[in-house]
Every structure is written in C-alpha cells, then in structure tokens.
Design a protein around this ligand. Structure first.
Ligand code: TYC
Length: 112
C-alpha cells in the first residue's frame, strides 16, 4: 500500500473523500438552431441573394449557390446559431421581405 505524503491517505482506497474534486466543470454548450430559407415562385432570385449577403455574411458566390439550392430543392439551411441570434436573423429576413412585399419565408428549427 502507498500513502499520499500530503493527505496520508491511500490513493487507491476507494473511499469517497475526493468526490468533490471530481465534479464535472459545468460548461454545457447552448442548443443550436438551424435557420432555413424556403422556396416560393415569386421572390426574385436577386432579392434572396441580397438577403443572404446582408444578414448571413456570405459572399456573393456562396449566396448565389445557396439561393439555387433552395430554388431547386425547396429549402436549405443557411446557418446554425444560438436561439437569440437565429431569432434575430429570421426576424431580419421576414421584416425586409414583408417591406419589399415578397412572400419569402425564413424559419428556424432546433438542431438535434
Ligand atoms: N423560386 C424563386 C424564383 O424562381 C427564387 C427563390 C429562391 C425564391 C430561393 C425563394 O428562398 C427562395 N424567382
């Protein structure tokens, strides 16, 4: 048997005296939300590209590519954010679309 020179305990004795030092650091990551754009037949392609550049910090080329994916597949995830940021992005897109009278839809969904 070997005794720790400081505590004079057997490090292998299996008692619970060191439990408090083993509690997991509580740094849980926040849940993330996918922000999605939905296709429609009326919103101009250029408007969707503009929205992606303006609110999602994407390059023109990336924005055009995602717009085309939505156009062809019906929807696409345009980014993943914490709840508050995702909500803000959705509100920004929906607000500009409404002001410009386009039926563009933007939604968010929890990432599992
Ligand atoms: N389908 C639209 C058109 O042909 C373009 C479009 C793309 C609309 C993506 C919405 O989320 C969208 N003008």
């Amino acid at each position: 048997m070997h005794l720790d020179p400081i505590t004079m305990e057997d490090p292998q004795d299996g008692d619970d005296t060191d439990l408090l030092t083993k509690v997991k650091p509580k740094t849980k990551r926040p849940p993330l939300y996918k922000v999605m754009l939905l296709n429609d037949d009326f919103t101009p392609m250029e408007f969707v590209v503009h929205v992606l550049e303006r609110f999602f910090g994407l390059s023109h080329a990336q924005s055009f590519e995602i717009m085309l994916t939505v156009h062809q597949k019906g929807l696409a995830v345009v980014g993943v954010f914490t709840h508050e940021i995702a909500e803000t992005k959705v509100a920004q897109v929906m607000d500009l679309a409404r002001r410009e009278q386009h039926p563009l839809q933007c939604t968010m969904e929890k990432e599992e």
